[in-house]
Design a protein around this ligand. Sequence first.
Ligand code: GRG
Length: 296
Amino acid sequence: MTLDFTAWATAHQVSFEKVLHDVLPSSSISPGHLHKAMRYAVLDGGKRVRPLLAFAAGEMLGADQARVNISAAAVELIHAYSLVHDDMPCMDDDVLRRGKPTCHVQYDEATALLVGDSLQTLAFQLLSEFKLNDDPQQQLNMIKLLAQASGSRGMAGGQAIDLLSTGKQLSLPELENMHIHKTGALIRAAVLLGAQCAAVTPVQLAKLDHFGKCIGLAFQVVDDVLDAEADTATLGKTAGKDADNDKPTYVTLLGVSAARDMAHNLHSEAVASLVEFGVAARRLRELANFIVLRAF
Ligand code: GRG
């Protein structure tokens, strides 16, 4: 029997929690305070969208589940680090994340900084410690991919552009450039890292790359719509933050209705790039639906 999407996603979310539990250092190991804070930032929260994308891509191509677990964990650790640093007073200065106090509020700023640093380096430790592909060159490509996606030409660079853009009027291409880096790069990497645990062809990788790019941008457009429309309790983070911080968003630039249209168009483009995978791409299609339709 094939599981419906919710059952499939829930099963993965539950088993992935155990993977994260195992890869994070125990709080009984020194320095226990830092390890406890790392676990606080990663465990028991989040939709795990990036890991689910890695699982969907990996399963579609017949990848070994244990290998995809490690790839997915590496991406989620980078994501968790970015949230911890983004919430700090020197950046977004937020007090609520995943329905609980942010890391620097629960602990302190210095600990939050070290949590982010340690989660980031743990991600690369995992990618280099475990065998993820029979071809060592492919595994090196995976490490490079995550480094590029999270560094100054990826997520961190997007965050830098974001910080500079506060209070400024950005054009649509400028806003797109910011989000392709800040949010899109890691989502794209999640798809590709899941796929690269299998023997994927360059043509397949290019199709998945396009899927990841479209869905990564759609994710941000939807996030902007939700930020403008949903309440704090529903989001588990402070709602209306972008407007309060005078940040350019798809909603401020286009209005809610056109932002939704844009998300729909990106969704269609993403799904179109899965055609050659046929029914095997079912989970990726369902995830695309989930990412975009959560704002409708
Ligand atoms: C600090 C280097 C550095 C980067 C920060 C990702 C990021 C860059 C900041 C997060 C701020 C933000 C709200 C971005 C918008 C989209 C986004 C990434 C939302 C959070 O991701 P979800 O919705 O969160 O997947 P959960 O909690 O479900 O994992």
